[in-house]
Design a protein around this ligand. Sequence first.
Ligand code: SF4
Length: 361
Amino acid sequence: MTEDKQETGFGISDDDILTRSREETDITFSSAVDVVLSLACRNKCGYCRFSKRNQDLTVPYSTIKTFKAAKKAGAREAHLVAGERPDKFHAIRAKFDVWGFNSYIEYIYTIAELAFLEGLLVNLEVGYLSLTELKYLKEIITSVEMSLESTNRDFLQSVHHQYSPSKDPNIRIKFIENAGKLNIPTNTGILIGIGESPEERIRAFVRIKDLHEEYGHIQSVKINTFVPEKNTPMSEEQPVSDETLYETIRLAREIMPKDVDITIPVNIHQDIIKLVEHGVNDLGQIRVYGRASLFPKMPFKTIEEYQAELALGGYTLHKQLPIKNQFILAQKYSKKLGQFLDKHRAKLKDNMREDKFMLTF
Ligand code: SF4
């Protein structure tokens, strides 16, 4: 074990993480593992391929094995995922009771802490949480993920979200705003191909930009594309065209400030060079252990394959932590997370002194 590893106590080597200033040809990713806490969801979106009727709940103890194996495979990020508010269901609340949790939030905290103790940093994507709940979880998570999807409120009356009241854009915006008030680094994005107009895409990006200008907390904007799923109300709809996708990436890059990454699920869209040439500068979470919670049958390539592909276009691939360097420098993390992140921050500061790391925004 190296001295570095002994010092952090996490067995994480920082050597492969980008700690100098980012250049135009630097493309980043986060090495991640997905852990699904529950597939139960209070909503029923017309295109959803994730939520299921079953009311299973991951047993916290069982995640330790996954976190250990993921860490060994090189993961830095534990991406904790769930349908929205599974605690709406009685059977799930009963399990919390049996396992000794007073609330859903205590349950999430415990799993996030297990991940952290195994050397992983948590990015949380579980749908809407209140300001108080986020404040409590902030101590143990490094970032949250919440897609704005669209600003079109008419979808609440149509096949898209008629049974998904919390897909109201105002509620999504409230969450993103609350995360900003609490200084929690936030990943957001939009969903394209569900019948939104080009103007609505612009409106969504501008709204995200405005939130970032106010709170300075948006790390990345992910462009998700609608993919028709069998046995859903929108199964007969057409998937989005490549041209629309590329146009939306260009638009996102044009509207979002430079310090916000533009990302895309690279297990669905495989032509990396084209994506990068249109404006993607981050490959998002590459699952280095296990499968993705969404589109699990669409596997990721290996890191080496992505590296080789990008090299052909003159780009280089670098790891970054789920909390990005500018947020680490600004110390947007709790004292508890400082056990690992303070050391990384010190390295960034040293590099700043030596001009290897400069804030370019
Ligand atoms: S909120 Fe998410 S998990 Fe729930 S039904 Fe909608 S898309 Fe599926």
